[in-house]
Design a protein around this ligand. Structure first.
Ligand SMILES: Cc1cc2nc3c(=O)[nH]c(=O)nc-3n(C[C@H](O)[C@H](O)[C@H](O)COP(=O)(O)OP(=O)(O)OC[C@H]3O[C@@H](n4cnc5c(N)ncnc54)[C@H](O)[C@@H]3O)c2cc1C
Length: 417
């Protein structure tokens, strides 16, 4: 381990932390990244992984700038151009087609393991990054304008800025004493890969029902990755059913007379479930420290936004740091970090509270007429639909430049006064 003082110490090389490290190294910052778990090589001949995510067009632009996209693109992935959101009895319906909004696609479904492994390989190939794995952050001290990070393995690292990308139970956040607003939905997201009699026509389909939404996301081979949000005890019961009984219940939940798809369920892979919560941090920064990704916020997966928001944080932070360096400001100074915090926290809150509100519309207590009215208003308002899609795509006005398609090399160019 080097004795030098790094510009940035990053804790956590999940999808968000690893992407941030790649961008920072490409921007010329010296980075040390600490990760507790050794990443697993991605095996393209194995069954599709249980954890997949819908990556927005903006998130894909960011992944391209990390250098990982080329490898991801050469493996299994599925772009979708159509999204359908409906009520249990189809009385409320929203449809989105990418070209209507000037987009080539609404999103791309990719296995988390593939993204994680591709980012890890990019990191390893990159100069200016020291990777410390497996090891974990234990404690933190300040020495003048520097931080000293102590690791479980007994070594220590010096840096100017610490980025906490260490997930929902972030140790960095706890060490800073940052409070969170916390909503327990009492629900679990049950995930599995389902084969339907007719192949998925490349549509992301979501049905809202009492108890929680059911989503079918298209995979490259025509199967679908599902996320079925159910009350906790219900999710446990569904996990324990034999495959036939599980598929029968899934079919009953997804079935509508006369609807062509999803139709008949043929088979499914292994099943797992994850607790669903929303957590919003009161602050995203502390002395010489910032939070990104799930360390800062966790949202309900119904809008498939968790990792997308995290990648936007990473791109936004890099943009702010490049700007501070150009202006010869302290990149870990309070002014710089507050600028990042104000920007990303307000953007995340808009999305998170929107998702929370949509979820609320579809709880059993919510009245169907209100639900119909809400969805109907959005469906009829082009402006509301466009605003929603642009934000979900990571392409709204306040999105980081990298998500809107600017290249990192452009951000690094000296700017005329
Ligand atoms: C069912 C479900 C479906 C989802 N679907 C989508 C979707 O379609 N689209 C989407 O955008 N999002 C989705 N999400 C959310 C998404 O999975 C998360 O937002 C994302 O994985 C968070 O990434 P992260 O890198 O911030 O955190 P993590 O993936 O949690 O990574 C944190 C890393 O930090 C490391 N670490 C932790 N503590 C330490 C320490 N002390 N020292 C060193 N290392 C440490 C961990 O080992 C880990 O590698 C879904 C979530 C669920 C539950």
């Amino acid at each position: 381990m080097s004795e030098k003082t790094h510009d940035v110490l990053l804790v956590g090389a999940g999808m968000v932390g690893a992407a941030a490290a790649c961008l920072l190294a490409r921007a010329g910052f010296s980075v040390a990244i600490i990760e507790a778990r050794e990443p697993q090589p991605y095996d393209p001949s194995a069954e599709v992984g249980l954890r997949v995510s819908a990556f927005s067009p903006g998130a894909v632009e960011i992944l391209a700038e990390t250098g990982a996209w080329r490898q991801i693109e050469s493996q299994r992935h599925c772009a979708y151009r159509r999204m359908r959101v409906e009520d249990r009895d189809e009385s409320a319906l929203l449809e989105f087609h990418a070209p209507e909004f000037g987009l080539e696609r609404l999103g791309t479904i990719i296995e988390n393991d593939l993204v994680q492994w591709s980012l890890w390989q990019s990191l390893q190939a990159m100069g200016g990054v020291e990777i410390i794995c497996p090891d974990r952050l234990e404690s933190l001290d300040y020495e003048g304008n520097e931080l000293v990070v102590h690791l479980a393995g007994g070594s220590q690292l010096n840096g100017r800025l610490l980025i906490g990308a260490d997930g929902a139970n972030s140790r960095v956040r706890k060490m800073l004493g940052i409070e969170q607003q916390h909503w327990e939905y009492g629900q679990h997201g049950l995930v599995t890969v389902v084969q339907t009699e007719q192949v998925n026509p490349g549509v992301a389909w979501q049905r809202f029902m009492a108890g929680g939404p059911l989503a079918f996301l298209p995979l490259q081979d025509g199967t679908s990755s599902i996320v079925w949000s159910r009350p906790q005890a219900e999710a446990r019961r569904l996990l324990e059913l034999d495959e036939g009984s599980f598929l029968a219940e899934l079919q009953e939940a997804a079935w509508t007379e006369g609807q062509a798809w999803p139709g008949v369920m043929r088979s499914c892979g292994p099943r797992a479930s994850f607790p669903l919560t929303m957590r919003l941090s009161q602050r995203y920064s502390g002395p010489r420290t910032v939070l990104i990704g799930d360390a800062a916020h966790v949202v309900h997966p119904l809008a498939g936004q968790g990792v997308n928001l995290g990648l936007l944080d990473a791109a936004g932070l890099v943009e702010v740091l490049i700007d501070a360096r150009r202006n010869q400001a302290d990149v870990a100074g309070e002014k710089t970090l507050r600028k990042y915090e104000r920007w990303r926290r307000s953007e995340v809150e808009i999305m998170a509270r929107g998702i929370h509100g949509i979820r609320g519309l579809f709880t059993p207590e919510s009245l169907a007429p209100i639900r119909k009215l809400g969805l109907g208003l959005v469906a009829r308002s082009w402006t509301a639909k466009e605003a929603f899609i642009k934000r979900a795509a990571g392409k709204n006005r306040n999105a980081p430049a990298l998500a809107r398609g600017e290249a990192l090399t452009d951000l690094l160019r000296p700017q005329a006064n």
